[in-house]
Ligand binder design. Structure first.
Ligand SMILES: [Zn+2]
Length: 215
């Protein structure tokens, strides 16, 4: 199987779906065509909610061969079934429930300005409401203009976001960090999945954000 000519490097916390979309664009082929070569029927099968339905051996092998990515990097990004009661998935060592994974990621407009088309793995988590890199509200779609910088340095959500960024950016996770993050995930009320009013509000968050208008 011949690798693609242009092979954008995958970021430590980049999702396989986002990387596939970037690679297809870079090689001037459709995402569907690239998905077929990987052995999928549709590129959406690379979204986290569908990982457990994949033929792991085939998906890992073809993805790593076609895009020249280490096998273990691909496998570390795939969700597997959790062996813990009450949890559905295991991802980067975290045990997660189905309700905690989004089908469509929220996005950080600033991340996308800096790295066009990037989709980070943690953006698929329903509790990841603020970008840890930019202190910016995650949105379901690009914003027309920048809105606010959020001071959330002392609350639970801030701690959770920083821990999630760390987990998705590093290969070997400490059990203590994973357990602490799972506790935080379970402490936060889970915001409703994908709906038109996706902006956090006082009913979904237990903290009051302080907004500083930049523009
Ligand atoms: Zn960001």
């Amino acid at each position: 199987m011949k690798p693609y000519l242009i092979r954008p490097r995958i970021q430590p916390d980049e999702s396989l779906f986002g990387h596939l979309m970037r690679c297809a664009k870079a090689n001037l082929v459709s995402p569907e065509r690239m998905a077929h070569r990987i052995g999928l029927t549709h590129p959406h099968q690379m979204k986290p909610t569908y990982h457990t339905l994949l033929d792991f051996t085939q998906a890992e092998l073809n993805y790593s061969t076609l895009l020249q990515i280490e096998h273990k990097t691909v496998s570390s990004k795939l969700l597997t079934e959790s062996s813990f009661k009450g949890f559905d998935f295991k991802w980067h060592g975290l045990n997660l429930m189905q309700s905690q994974i989004r089908r469509s990621p929220r996005i950080c407009p600033i991340c996308l300005t800096i790295q066009p088309n990037i989709i980070r793995e943690q953006w698929y988590l329903n509790s990841y409401l603020i970008c840890g890199y930019h202190n910016f509200y995650m949105t379901p779609r690009p914003l027309e203009q920048s809105q606010s910088c959020i001071d959330f340095s002392t609350d639970v959500l801030s701690k959770l976001v920083f821990q999630l960024d760390s987990i998705f950016n590093e290969c070997n996770q400490k059990n203590k960090l994973l357990r602490s993050t799972e506790e935080l995930l379970n402490r936060l009320p889970i915001p409703p999945l994908i709906n038109s009013n996706d902006k956090p509000n006082s009913t979904t968050l237990s903290w009051q954000p302080h907004q500083l208008f930049l523009f």
